[in-house]
Design a protein. Structure first.
Length: 388
């Protein structure tokens, strides 16, 4: 059944090459994790098969340079295992693959946002071209002109769950259901309720997909173990590659600075202690500052997720100029919501222009997805930290 997906992707490349009009790009988020990549393909495929959403020529696209796909070991290996031809992926960022580049402006393409509901700052010019949203992050209250069936934002563990619901209600066959199920298993930590990610909808759609998988040996725990092993294999990458691997940028309005704090966030699937032990704190600081300067960031936040002593852990590290860290310090110090930040490491550049500080969190369920809206609200309004 992977051949069905490959045929669809091949047709999408032809449509872009031939500059077919109208064109609708189903666009994943900047982080480009498995949920974002796989879900954008399946959403585009669904939109192409049914007239329910009245979308013409939907094509999926990633939102990072295609050369960075190699940094996403879990996606690469999953595609190889099920037989998806990754060379057929296309991106809205040109990078080093101009033949797989989708120029949104030149093609006058519509945009269907998937796994995010607000365009990144440098893509905001295309907001008027947004024709639909499917997402599971905090609602940014954008594109409210869309009808309810074109603007679906639900609190679920995986955005692929919403896509699977679309197949279910449309009574459309899911090609290669193992592939669509994988991000749901991974994002919900194999439906571990203690991690506060899985919802009844995630569980229901996983079970619905399982009934379509013709493999009696299909073992969800074994699949999760394999996926998480692939995902956590990041310590062979460089510091900079880890920064790029799952990166998102946010422009946070700050009542403290009376301006915007340009914030980069990099999700790293290992513990902070492992990361610092592997690369050394000074190497991390030097490479992070260079990364920040290239992207004109005020602060870079590492969101670590790994295991310490066999137990799930969450850590955060901040790299910024001292005056920016001073703005963030009340957020870090406020434990009124029960989440305590415990210091791991403090360091700085030799000239003291940038500081680096890392913390372990008392609650191992605090993900980047939960952190971002709480930090955004705190910076904009001040006061006590909202519940993480």
């Amino acid at each position: 059944m992977a051949s069905v997906i490959n045929k669809f992707l091949r047709n999408c490349v032809t449509k872009v090459t031939n500059k077919e009009q109208p064109l609708t790009v189903v666009l994943g988020n900047e982080g480009g994790d498995m949920d974002s990549i796989v879900g954008s393909i399946y959403l585009a495929f669904l939109l192409d098969l049914t007239n329910k959403w009245n979308i013409v020529n939907p094509v999926p696209a990633v939102n990072f340079p295609l050369e960075d796909l190699a940094l996403r070991n879990d996606v690469v290996k999953l595609f190889q295992e099920v037989g998806i031809d990754a060379s057929l992926l296309m991106s809205v960022q040109e990078g080093q693959s101009p033949d797989r580049y989708i120029d949104l402006a030149a093609l006058d393409a519509g945009v269907y946002l998937y796994d995010h509901n607000k365009l990144a700052g440098d893509q905001a010019v295309f907001e008027s071209k947004v024709v639909g949203i499917v997402d599971h992050h905090a609602d940014e209250k954008r594109c409210d002109y869309l009808s309810h069936h074109r603007r679906i934002i639900k609190t679920v563990g995986s955005a692929c769950t919403i896509v699977a619901e679309g197949y279910q209600v449309s009574e459309v066959d899911v090609p290669c259901p193992v592939l669509l199920d994988a991000p749901i298993i991974l994002d919900t930590v194999n439906f571990d309720l203690s991690q506060r990610k899985a919802t009844p909808e995630d569980i229901a759609m996983h079970q619905w997909l399982c009934r379509r998988i013709e493999d009696e040996s299909y073992d969800t725990q074994a699949i999760y173990n394999k996926l998480i092993r692939w995902k956590h294999d990041v310590l062979s990458l460089t510091v900079t590659e880890n920064l790029r691997r799952d990166y998102k940028k946010f422009d946070f309005l700050s009542s403290f600075k009376k301006s915007v704090i340009v914030t980069g966030t990099s999700s790293v699937p290992c513990s902070c202690q492992q990361f610092e032990a592997k690369y050394g704190v000074q190497e991390i600081v030097v490479k992070t500052v260079k990364f920040m300067q290239e992207r004109k960031l005020d602060v870079l936040i590492f969101a670590f997720a790994g295991k310490v002593g066999g137990k799930h852990s969450r850590d955060l590290a901040f790299c910024a100029k001292p005056e920016i860290l001073e703005v963030l310090s009340p957020f870090i110090a406020d434990s009124s919501d029960g989440v305590v930040f415990s210091l791991i490491t403090e360091s700085s550049t030799k000239d003291k222009n940038y500081s680096y500080v890392s913390y372990s969190l008392s609650d191992p369920t605090v993900s980047r997805k939960r952190l971002v809206p709480v930090l955004q609200k705190f910076l904009a309004e001040g006061g006590a930290r909202s519940v993480l």
